[in-house]
Design a protein around this ligand. Structure first.
Ligand SMILES: Cc1cc2nc3c(=O)[nH]c(=O)nc-3n(C[C@H](O)[C@H](O)[C@H](O)COP(=O)(O)O)c2cc1C
Length: 189
């Protein structure tokens, strides 16, 4: 394999989740292009079993209200209401599997959705934007589903928070330990 600099490898190795972000986030046109590219991630049957709900501006506070309604205590509600303000753009990840597909079971469709989100986070990073995928108990909350319009046959997988990193990039590198996870079954050696 070539050891020359490679922008894809570089993007994969340097992407890190960002806990807090500020403006700018991608504008609607740029986001559309990046999502179109991310949608080319492997997807058995090309079902595209997902949709995104983009939440920006003051709507983040309304989402915060829904998160607060779903919280178990006043203190948790106070914290929940501020959560969407940690980035200028929240991409709500809605998984919408095709039920009883003759060839593509639902776990494969979930794999396609998560592959798209991971690809999107890499594309955002390669264009200078930061992101973090966040979940939590709120993904099950009826109040949150109602605000976002998540239907009963859909699954809320959380939010990709998107924006520009506030603090400098984390410099610690994760250990590249995956070779230890490869077991080879080979013949002819
Ligand atoms: C499905 C999924 C859900 C996640 N949910 C959360 C979350 O609720 N809160 C959080 O801080 N990070 C969440 N993360 C981000 C991970 O914590 C993060 O990717 C991990 O710590 C590795 O850090 P890195 O992305 O900087 O390599 C989630 C990631 C995935 C893939």
């Amino acid at each position: 394999m070539t050891r020359t600099p490679n922008p894809v490898l570089d993007a994969v190795l340097t992407r890190r989740s960002a806990p807090r972000m500020t403006d700018p986030a991608p504008d609607p046109g740029d986001l559309e292009r990046l999502v179109q590219a991310a949608a080319t991630a492997p997807d058995h049957g090309r079902l595209r079993p997902w949709r995104l709900v983009a939440v920006t501006g003051d709507e983040r506070a309304r989402l915060g209200d829904a998160l607060a309604e779903a919280a178990d205590s006043p203190e948790l509600a106070r914290r929940a209401s501020a959560k969407p303000l940690r980035a200028p753009l929240l991409l709500t990840i809605v998984h919408r599997p095709v039920p009883d597909h003759p060839k593509v079971p639902e776990w494969e469709q979930l794999a396609a959705t998560t592959g798209m989100v991971t690809t999107l986070s890499l594309l955002l990073h390669s264009h200078g934007f930061a992101s973090i995928w966040r979940t939590g108990a709120a993904v099950q909350a009826p109040q949150v589903h109602k605000y976002l319009g998540v239907d009963d046959d859909e699954q809320l997988l959380g939010w990709l928070y998107v924006g520009t990193r506030c603090a400098p990039d984390a410099t610690d590198r994760r250990p590249l330990d995956t070779p230890a996870r490869i077991t080879w079954h080979t013949t002819g050696i």
